[in-house]
Design a protein around this ligand. Sequence first.
Ligand SMILES: *[C@@H]1O[C@H](CO)[C@@H](O)[C@H](O)[C@H]1NC(C)=O
Ligand SMILES: *[C@@H]1O[C@H](CO)[C@@H](O)[C@H](O)[C@H]1NC(C)=O
Ligand SMILES: *[C@@H]1O[C@H](CO)[C@@H](O)[C@H](O)[C@H]1NC(C)=O
Ligand SMILES: *[C@@H]1O[C@H](CO)[C@@H](O)[C@H](O)[C@H]1NC(C)=O
Ligand SMILES: *[C@@H]1O[C@H](CO)[C@@H](O)[C@H](O)[C@H]1NC(C)=O
Length: 463
Amino acid sequence: MFFLSIKKLLCVLPVLAKAATVTYTVPTSAPTGSTALDPAPVGLSFEFFAFPSYVKNVTATNQCLQNFETLTGKWPPIRIGGTTQCSPVLVLRDRATYDPNTSAYVVYTVAAATDAPAALTFGPSFMTLADTYDGTVVLGLNRGHDNITNTIAAAKVAKSSMANLLAIELGNEPESGNSNSAPPTWGAAELIATENATAKSYVYDYAHHNYPGGTITSLMSHSTISSNVGTFTADIAAAVGVGKDYVLGETNSGTSSPRHPQNPTKIYSLRWWSSRRISFVRRRLWTMDYILRASLANIKRTYFHHGTIGLCYYCWWGRYSMGAPYYGAYAAVAALAGGSYISALDTGSTNYAAYIIYDSARTPLRALLYNSDYYAGTGTRGSQSFALQGLAAASGSVRAKRLTAAGAGSRVDEGSNPTFGGQTFANGTCVVGGTEVFESTAVVGGGATFTVAASEALLLYLQ
Ligand SMILES: *[C@@H]1O[C@H](CO)[C@@H](O)[C@H](O)[C@H]1NC(C)=O
Ligand SMILES: *[C@@H]1O[C@H](CO)[C@@H](O)[C@H](O)[C@H]1NC(C)=O
Ligand SMILES: *[C@@H]1O[C@H](CO)[C@@H](O)[C@H](O)[C@H]1NC(C)=O
Ligand SMILES: *[C@@H]1O[C@H](CO)[C@@H](O)[C@H](O)[C@H]1NC(C)=O
Ligand SMILES: *[C@@H]1O[C@H](CO)[C@@H](O)[C@H](O)[C@H]1NC(C)=O
């Protein structure tokens, strides 16, 4: 930045001059009503049949997960399941059958490498492989083609061989043939009302599936994200009311078309079914803000789905290329890492977000500022200034890392790498590269102003 030519400087100045300003006071202590954070709130969901391949044949998988562990000290929680566990389409239900006699992880045949199998078997080694993961695992089983003996046989092996087994999920969206209703018509609250105490005692947490969609402009908009997450308010309260966590058990970007729930056993799960999935891996900013807003709403964990390798529009990484959403997820994990509470300074009604993350002593740890104005990558890039008061920067300045890209729709596989704190993640390996860049802003009289360009975010380190 120090070597900017005069010409470039002239281009930058008019943009900065246009910035509107929002002013906030950072609380000295997490206010009443701040939300308690899970130590590892950002998780991954792996499509059932593809899980062994993600572990064994996709080099980036372990490193991408480890990058989060490096930030938080905890491996991200994972869930294994999805359509090839049990299809939401009635006639294709119960795709995965347990076979105690196969030594293979999974056995199936498909016409093309990018097809998902309509039927498969899995063996005990599937569970042994899942047990090699250092984080917690939620394993999805099907209804065994109405052969509950088969499901129970698989569950017993999972329980005996997986020290990291958090819960078993029975079925995957088996309701989808019948109902398209979102909460409150169909959700945890509605289910809880029908459960007796015995049934409730077997529920580990309540999981909803959510695939919000639309254009990138609307998807990444902070007010749209806030209202989408707001859909779950009553459901979250219902789960909390019976002493359980509420999670998004399978989620990613898609086009929302709410479908219906799961069977009420062990883990309840339902999702908004995605009827189509738009363009490829551009959801860097949606991913980041969605994670923060979900955490703020007391959704304890979000499991971002990873589907068929080589045909996965929303995936964070593939065999050969990184996806831009990984950068957003990484920035969100960096914001939440080691945090105990989160609150928002904004009301969720505009395009500009300001979150504060607090440590266990309720002292501000970080702030995340997000300008969700859409910037296509050409023309003047607008910006938003955030004037923050109440900054107790002992050193007299605040350090920050910027999440940025050439535009909102930047795609790694099209040669436009986003950066977070100046760094990128290598295609194929997920190894962080480049020099880590912290910006520094002077704090004067407890205040400082931070400028965030359209389709950018800025993570402030307050300690
Ligand atoms: C990994 O890829 C090899 C070569 O394509 C294949 O034979 C093997 O079955 C794959 N392993 C898994 C676990 O998918
Ligand atoms: C399959 O495994 C079961 C349980 O381990 C065993 O009882 C049975 O004999 C095996 N069948 C074959 C054909 O190997
Ligand atoms: C039901 O599952 C058990 C255990 O896997 C298996 O031995 C049995 O053959 C299955 N029954 C049918 C009808 O498929
Ligand atoms: C509770 O609900 C379950 C599932 O519907 C049922 O099997 C069980 O009998 C019920 N228990 C009591 C004590 O009512
Ligand atoms: C990833 O690959 C694309 C080409 O597909 C390339 O343009 C981009 O620079 C690569 N990213 C990194 C971080 O090396």
